[in-house]
Design a binder for this molecule. Structure first.
Ligand code: FAD
Length: 382
């Protein structure tokens, strides 16, 4: 049974569905239970060109569209959101380097993604989550080097990352740096917060920068422009996070529908009850609407228009729809839905975590509202 039409090139979608079903789905529960970074799968995805799908061909990338990337993230998340978020942190590093880094830094790192370079995107600190306008991680220029000291927390993919994109505050403002894992002074550890209940692709480690010395050219973009650069990059990854949420929603829906079609109660299947059919009818409509919003946001990325608005709308809607679809799935599966061997608890945990990670729903509403207010002011309405 197939509810979910391809919204982009069907051959591409079928190809990634095949890969995901064969290589990713069988490991999804194990990755979640044991909370490890799926290195082999992510490296295999790199070999297929999926990790650098949208990257400029000049750096070995596929040069493909963000609409195609949205399909990739949705299909991988359908199989395992943990694998999909591993690709998100790779996309974030690629994108910020591609948009803002100097040529030497681009040439140093961007071609390595095609070879499977693993990366993390480290903004959050113990005292700074949604608000990254000032930070406790400090960077100072000493001649030809940056001296950096501080600690980052909740770092997705940080247990395996070979490159960290970090935010640190210099005397003139928040700035972005590219930090290779092997640099002296760089270490990670599992803190009290590292094991989340959802989106588990290995512990979301703390990253310690202990008198790290970086060559001057490892500053990404303009000193002091870090917040703008980081948020622009988030507009790209938020659209893909929204695609992950629709992947979770679809997986929960399909699993529950299959169960309800077989499970007998009162001499019929659970799916024969109209009350249950209505749940599915609502969920199907909501998931379809969220998918369209995601692909619309991906098109906005391709066309470089209003990306903050559309990525925020897509993530706000899709993450909420995923939580409600996962909750419905648990409900219609009854006690089976609550068991540990069924995947529905995982869907619920992953879906809820994505209402917070990568920009909470409240912050997304602030962004959308800011856009609206700007429109009103521009129209000179009272
Ligand atoms: C699974 C997971 C993975 C993560 N991965 C990473 C990662 O790879 N890299 C990284 O840097 N960080 C990561 N994070 C951290 C994540 O980005 C932050 O959790 C998120 O930005 C929110 O920050 P906070 O948790 O400190 O919440 P806070 O900022 O303390 O906010 C608490 C609550 O207040 C609300 N709030 C805050 N400000 C406002 C406002 N202005 N208006 C209305 N409401 C507001 C928030 O929405 C939230 O509900 C991850 C988090 C999770 C859960």
């Amino acid at each position: 049974m197939e509810c979910w039409q391809s919204l982009v090139d069907d051959d591409f979608v079928q190809q990634i569905r095949g890969f995901a079903a064969a290589r990713i789905t069988p490991l999804a529960d194990d990755i979640d239970r044991r909370d490890y970074y799926p290195v082999d799968i992510v490296k295999a995805l790199a070999t297929e060109g999926y990790n650098s799908l949208t990257l400029d061909p000049a750096y070995g990338g596929g040069g493909r569209s963000y609409t195609l990337a949205a399909a990739l993230f949705e299909e991988v998340a359908y199989a395992s959101p943990a694998v999909a978020i591993s690709l998100i942190t790779i996309l974030q590093a690629q994108k910020i380097l591609d948009l803002f880094a100097n040529q030497r830094l681009k040439e140093l790192y961007l071609p390595r993604f095609r070879q499977g370079l693993l990366s993390s995107y480290a903004l959050t600190e113990a005292n700074h989550g949604s608000d990254i306008r000032s930070l406790d991680t400090k960077a100072e220029r000493h001649g030809g080097e940056w001296l950096i000291k501080g600690e980052k927390s909740f770092i997705t993919s940080g247990s395996a990352a070979e490159l960290f994109i970090i935010l640190a505050e210099t005397p003139i403002g928040v700035s972005v740096f590219a930090v290779p894992r092997e640099a002296a002074g760089v270490s990670t550890y599992e803190g009290d917060n590292s094991h989340t209940f959802g989106l588990r692709n290995g512990p979301h480690v703390n990253l310690v920068l202990d008198d790290l010395r970086l060559p001057a050219e490892h500053l990404v973009g303009e000193e002091g422009a870090g917040v703008r650069q980081a948020v622009t990059t988030l507009d790209y990854s938020r659209t893909m996070a929204a695609a992950i949420s629709t992947g979770i929603a679809r997986a929960a829906f399909d699993g529950a529908l299959e169960y309800a079609a077989k499970r007998q109660a009162f001499d019929r299947t659970v799916l024969d009850f109209q009350g249950i059919q209505w749940y599915f009818a609502e969920a199907l409509s909501e998931i379809d609407a969220a998918r369209l919003a995601v692909f619309d946001a991906a098109r906005a990325l391709d066309e470089e228009r209003d990306i903050a608005r559309y990525s925020s709308q897509a993530k706000l809607l899709a993450s909420r729809v995923a939580s409600s679809a996962a909750s419905l799935a648990v409900q219609v599966c009854g006690a089976h839905g609550v068991t540990e061997q069924a995947p529905f608890g995982r869907y619920l945990r992953d879906a809820k975590a994505y209402e917070i990670a990568g920009g909470s729903s409240e912050i997304l509403k602030n962004t959308i509202a800011k856009h609206l207010v700007r429109l009103v002011r521009r129209a000179n309405l009272p």
